[in-house]
Design a protein around this ligand. Structure first.
Ligand SMILES: *Cc1c(COP(=O)(O)O)cnc(C)c1O
Length: 232
């Protein structure tokens, strides 16, 4: 069985090859290891192999792991990214324990995150999630709606808007992968032209990270290729 360290090395190799093929610097592409459903012990193994940023999408499960790992001597400190749907009653937990929230899709949630962000911490880094495949069941604002939400977030002092995030429908059609990711890049460029200083495109997972990198991803969220298949 492949170890987490070996898997991480393979993912880093994929990132490097895809970046070079796209004429980009591998160092400009951050890797968030998506550890949802995996135990703290697996996260510690990835950290020992040089991984710092971790993504979670169930707030309660995540905070248990975060508080457990915070007690271990694991320098440098881990960086936590919330990537799942944000329920109103979990906003406060997320604001207190995470450095990033990638999945903001409503002004009301942004306000709650802002209100709950502790004064001793830097502003919470935010991405707006956009539903770029147009599936009715998917999370995220519809393309176009990110403009108003970005303006609302920009007014909240305890949040720092960094960019856009998307989870397109799974497809083996590489051209379609490119089209979806290109749309997110264009939406981000539009926001930048409206004066928002954005530096983040959070897109690309285990099965489509090459297309995401070619279309400008600056942050990948990779789970299965690092930790293995999730149960259920
Ligand atoms: C689970 C998850 C991922 C990781 O997906 P893999 O296919 O396992 O790499 C990335 N982003 C989000 C929002 C997720 O929920």
């Amino acid at each position: 069985m492949a170890t987490i360290a070996t898997n991480l090395q393979a993912v880093r190799g994929r990132i490097e090859r895809a970046a070079l093929a796209a004429g980009r610097k591998p160092g400009d592409i951050a890797l968030v290891a998506v550890s949802k459903t995996f135990a703290a012990e697996h996260i510690a193994q990835a950290h020992a192999a040089g991984q710092r940023a971790f993504g979670e999408n169930y707030a309660r499960e995540a905070v248990e792991k975060i508080t457990f790992l915070a007690r271990l001597p694991l320098p440098p400190p881990l960086e936590w990214h919330f990537i799942g749907p944000i329920q109103g009653n979990k906003a406060s937990l997320i604001a207190k324990h995470f450095q990033w929230a990638h999945s903001v899709e409503r002004e009301r949630i942004a306000q709650r995150l802002d209100a709950a962000r502790p004064a001793g911490l830097p502003p919470l880094d935010i991405c707006i999630q956009v539903n770029i495949s147009g599936e009715t069941s998917k999370s995220g604002v519809s393309p176009g709606e990110e403009i108003g939400l970005a303006e609302a977030i920009a007014r909240l002092p305890r949040l720092r808007l960094r960019g856009l995030m998307a989870v397109p429908e799974p497809t083996s059609d590489v051209k379609l992968q490119h089209r979806r990711f290109a749309l997110l890049r264009e939406l981000k460029e539009k926001l930048v032209s409206r004066g928002h200083a954005l530096d983040t495109l959070s897109m690309g997972m285990s099965d489509d990270l090459e297309a995401a990198i070619a279309e400008g991803a600056t942050m990948l969220r990779v789970g299965t290729a690092i930790f293995g298949k999730r149960d259920g």
